[in-house]
Design a protein around this ligand. Structure first.
Ligand code: Q9C
Ligand code: ZN
Length: 668
């Protein structure tokens, strides 16, 4: 299924007609450079292009007050002087005679996207729109926004498709207070936003942007604010906010649709945000969301004012929506102390609403939120200039291998649709064959076993050459297969393999401590302890059958460690007799493909044929089916996961989620 791209050059006609230092960054070029970058990279061509339309008045009135709409409706007939006066009654806003038309197109584009996704005409998509939306409230334009595109889209989706749960992820660097106000008492919309806050000295200087604004009445717990109290947040800080805050809550919420307020002013070089997220991180943020809601993700452009950063980040987002393998998340620093403090506060503020946070740590000492609401601080001209001049390497081209998913199955089983059967090499390297025979078959001549191992090696080689993205191998002896793959992959000096074993059973014991292999076993029933730094058993009371515990382990341990380890290959092993259900298995398979450029080999035991086709489906990039609303994880599992996290965070900095875990060297 396709990815939608919605764009219309008409939306570039909205522009500033007078001098206004506050508004001058919101330029038409934001749209054209983004679109042109998509065209130049060939991504636009791969998307289904959907025409924009004007939103109807009724649609605008889903969120906005009639009085406000009537006022905006008059703007096309105003003179420049009148437009200027009209704009002045709002905070950081300008109107142009064509603004009303563009604002209707921006809403209409968002609704077109929702319709196409909800009706299954496309899998997901992005709408490039201007003016943006997330600051506008029911009766006011604000912060470059006229109508609240995403809020209207959420309300429209609820009404038109009878949705009961919509997730809005606002990764723009400003707080989408307009969206928050719309849904603060509505438990059917979970609103997540991170934003530059600096103890409310940053625009829009609202106390309700802080972590303790959690929603009201019925909607308590359904507003999740992550306030950044310092500038310069990096990839690791943003990824941690997803792993330790958004994702656990989102899985517990189980949305039927994900809307993204996709602002790229959190990206490096942005004069407003002053943050340092590189374009590739948006690929990861996008990917993490793509297994929610059966993959129904609609991204709608909000901010983003460094044209280079913006267009690169838009490309990363769209390419991920298209299903291409993610770039490797290189050079993740330790999260900074201030970010950890914020994450700790949000988790604490939400512990009574979400069972995934029930055992979250207390507020950090020396409470950080009690500072008085500050006055708007004038941004120094020099820092803005510095951000604009900031340089970073252009993200390397992401090349999708010709073969997405190859399978290694016994000859009598059918090849799942869309996959390619791996053809064994006719003349395997005799040295390799001899080595395998010596190492694994003790010199005896079991031909079948030998050719299974040579096939695995061929598989690895093709993946390494990027001829194949991922694959699935059904093997007779899983322990032997794991050992063989690990041995083969780690031969190359720069390779690293993350082995994720799902289910009970003995795992290969020859994992060396050279740092090239990391093995995590999730779900083993009997509590195992390991002093081996490279083997980490995560033992859950009910094995793999408890979804909540499993998800907690995935976002609390597995993914952060995976990101930090940054493997070149992911080996996902389904232990024989594991009681993991298809849905959980598909979620895991989907999520882990964010690592290792999507190079994942799934190993399963011959005889477990029923899971071949669900696995193949996930490897092919189909979104996993939702897990349903999750119950609270078992307290003893939460304790076990927390025990591990505390022990491991000494070596794995991305496992930190409280201020006292912090120790990034740049902090004092
Ligand atoms: N010194 C969006 O990104 N800045 N809007 C106000 C601060 C307004 C941002 C002045 C920023 C609005 C969609
Ligand atoms: Zn913004």
């Amino acid at each position: 299924m396709a990815t939608a791209l919605i764009y219309d050059g008409e939306m570039t006609s909205h522009k500033l007609l007078w001098d206004d230092p506050l508004c001058k960054i919101e330029v038409p070029d934001r749209l054209t450079v983004s679109y042109e970058a998509l065209v130049r990279s060939g991504l636009a061509d791969r998307c289904v292009s959907i025409p924009v339309r004007e939103a109807t008045e009724d649609e605008i009135l889903l969120i906005h007050r009639e009085e406000y709409l009537e006022k905006v409706k008059k703007t096309p007939h105003m003179s420049v002087e009148e437009l200027k006066d009209f704009s002045l009654q709002f905070d950081a806003v300008y109107f142009h005679p064509n603004s009303y038309h563009c604002a209707k197109l921006a809403v209409g584009a968002s609704l077109q996207l929702v319709d196409h996704v909800m009706l299954g005409k496309v899998k997901n998509g992005m709408a490039l729109v201007r003016p943006p939306g997330h600051h506008s409230t029911h009766d006011a334009a604000c912060g470059f926004c006229t109508f609240n595109n995403v809020a209207i889209a959420a309300q429209y989706a609820k009404q038109t498709y009878g949705l009961q749960r919509v997730l809005i992820v606002d990764w723009d660097i400003h707080h989408g207070q307009g969206v928050q106000y719309c849904f603060e008492d509505d438990p059917s919309v979970l609103y997540f936003s991170w934003h530059r806050f600096e103890h409310s000295t940053f625009w829009p200087n609202l106390s309700e942007s802080d972590y303790n604004a959690v929603g009201k009445d019925q909607g308590a717990g359904f507003t999740v604010n992550v306030p950044w109290n310092k500038v310069g947040m990096k990839n690791s800080d943003f990824l941690l906010a997803f792993c330790h805050v958004l994702m656990p809550a989102a899985y517990e919420f189980c949305p039927e649709l994900v809307l993204v307020s996709a602002g790229f002013d959190s990206g490096i070089g942005d004069p407003e945000g002053q943050m340092r997220a590189t374009p590739d991180v948006f690929a990861h943020l996008t990917h993490l969301l793509m297994n929610l809601a059966g993959g129904k993700v609609c991204a709608v452009l909000e901010g983003g004012y460094n044209l280079t950063s913006l267009s690169q980040s838009v490309c990363q987002t769209v390419q991920t929506l298209l299903g291409d393998p993610n770039p490797r998340p290189d050079n993740l620093d330790s999260p900074c102390k201030s970010a950890l403090e914020s994450i700790q506060c949000v988790r604490w503020a939400h512990k009574q609403y979400w069972s995934c946070f029930r055992h979250a740590a207390n507020l950090p000492e020396g409470q950080i939120s009690t500072k008085p609401v500050g006055l708007a601080k004038e941004e120094e001209e020099s820092t803005v200039k510095k951000a604009k001049e900031c340089v970073w390497p252009e993200p390397p081209k992401r090349v999708a291998p010709l073969v997405r998913t190859a399978v290694l199955l016994s000859d009598d089983s059918v090849c799942p649709e869309g996959c390619e059967r791996l053809t064994s090499s006719d003349s395997p390297d005799p040295d390799v064959v001899n080595e395998l025979r010596e190492n694994f078959l003790k010199g005896d001549g079991d031909r079948e076993a030998l050719s299974a191992l040579t096939d695995l090696i061929t598989f690895m080689e093709k993946m390494e050459k990027n001829e194949i993205c991922n694959g699935l191998a059904v093997v007779r002896d899983i322990t032997m297969a794991v050992t063989c793959v690990v041995q083969q992959v780690t031969k190359a000096p720069s390779n690293r393999v993350l082995v994720v074993c799902v289910g009970d059973g003995e795992v290969p014991s020859n994992i060396t401590g050279d740092g090239k292999t990391l093995m995590v076993q999730v779900g083993c029933r009997e509590t195992k302890r390991s002093d081996h730094k490279s083997y980490i058993p995560v033992c859950l009371t009910k094995g793999c059958s408890d979804l909540s515990g499993f998800i907690q382990a995935v976002f609390g341990l597995l993914l952060p460690m995976g990101y930090e380890f940054n493997p070149s290959l992911l080996l996902l092993v389904r232990m024989p007799g594991s009681d993991v259900c298809d849905r959980m298995w598909q979620q895991l398979t989907g999520l882990l493909q964010s690592l290792a450029k999507g190079h994942m080999l799934v190993l399963m035991q011959a005889g477990e044929n029923s899971c071949v086709s669900p696995t193949a489906s996930s490897l092919l990039g189909n979104p996993a089916p939702p897990l349903g609303r999750l119950q609270a994880p078992l307290p003893q599992d939460v304790e076990e996961i927390e025990r591990l996290r505390l022990k491991l965070q000494v070596d794995w900095k991305l496992l930190q989620n409280t201020a006292r875990d912090a120790r990034r060297s740049d902090e004092v």
